[in-house]
Design a protein around this ligand. Sequence first.
Ligand code: AMP
Length: 415
Amino acid sequence: MFEQFDLDSELLAAVKNNGYKKPTSIQELVIPEAMKGKDILASAPTGTGKTASFLLPIAQHLLDYPRTSPGFPRVLILTPTRELAIQIGEDSKKLTELTKIKTGVITGGVNYGSHSEILTSTTDILVATPGRLLEYIENEQFDAREIEILVLDEADRMLDMGFSESINRIAAEARWRKQTMLFSATLQSGGVSRFSREVLTDPVFLESTPSRKEKAKIHQWLHIADNFEHKLQLLYNILKQEGVTRAVVFANKRETVQTLSGKLYAEELPCVWLEGKMQQDKRNTAIERLKNGQVNILVATDVAARGLDIDDISHVINFDMPRVVDVYIHRIGRTGRAGNKGTALSLVEAHDMLVIAKIERFQDERFPRRIIEGLRPKNKESRVAIKKPKIKRTTSQKKAKAKKQAKKSAKKSKK
Ligand code: AMP
């Protein structure tokens, strides 16, 4: 129950209006610590409710210590992408709708002019992407010295995208802050832990172990494919299946996104696509068409799809396998959100088996291999990839197995 947290009634009512019945595991962990004002280092993939886990304590802080004079923002939330910034901005507005707290969003990709209101009027919570915000700081249009709480969301992505220098400079500007919270999908990467030592002071380390209900929502499996053409045929087949109500298809390159989009249209599978260099208004139109159900398929690269929060994605399809495990985890986190079931399936060629093995080790689970009749793989290499690997046994395991077998045959001969 959200009532267990020391939140004002306006916040509890907003939580209810948002349809949140009980806190998710990350919220259970983060909210009490954040409300004590501690620095936080949390591992929380998207889709686990992490946004509310920092927004609610932030809103409570602003209610507890109301502003005495107009001025620059008191809370700064940095995110890797504009979509994520917009999403967090919307969440913030919803959760504070019954209070006087004001939220603003500053991102790249829009005219300078459109931020003037945020820069000149009093905003409490500012959500921003690092690049554009730093420009405003350098032009002395923005003063980060009034920041009391700094949140770095999806810190691993921000570092991957080369923002570490910008964030460090912004963090240095916001040096009078009282609290810093860092969220990252994984904390394993050396980059994140090094970085966290620079920006956090004596943080509490919080790692959510999503409840079975939260975790077991994504069904994952593989289709082994011979080549690009075979993957295409599998993709058409899958997208035409019942139950695929909203799908995101991931490709590794922009060119593949374009090729796939064209081919899907030719197969009467209308889709929208996102690619990194698209103009903002085109991106918005594409996202809107998907959100309002005009089309059910989105084709995208990882960069283009970063931070997108679209509910009810029934299927995530890896047309190309990502090269590293945490990108896979991020991709599949787009389905199975907020208690819904999700499916993540991967079209895999022989050369992808290495990364598959890594993901299987990470998840401690072997992916089921599925076959679509009429689309069986033909190459020898692909057929090998379908087979269950032979388990190598140690000498003691071999001995134990031989003993077990001897016992079994002795029992049989007695009978
Ligand atoms: P996030 O991980 O913050 O992107 O949240 C993922 C989705 O879960 C968003 O659509 C949230 O609105 C939703 N959500 C967050 N907290 C809860 C909750 N306690 N109960 C149900 N849904 C939630």
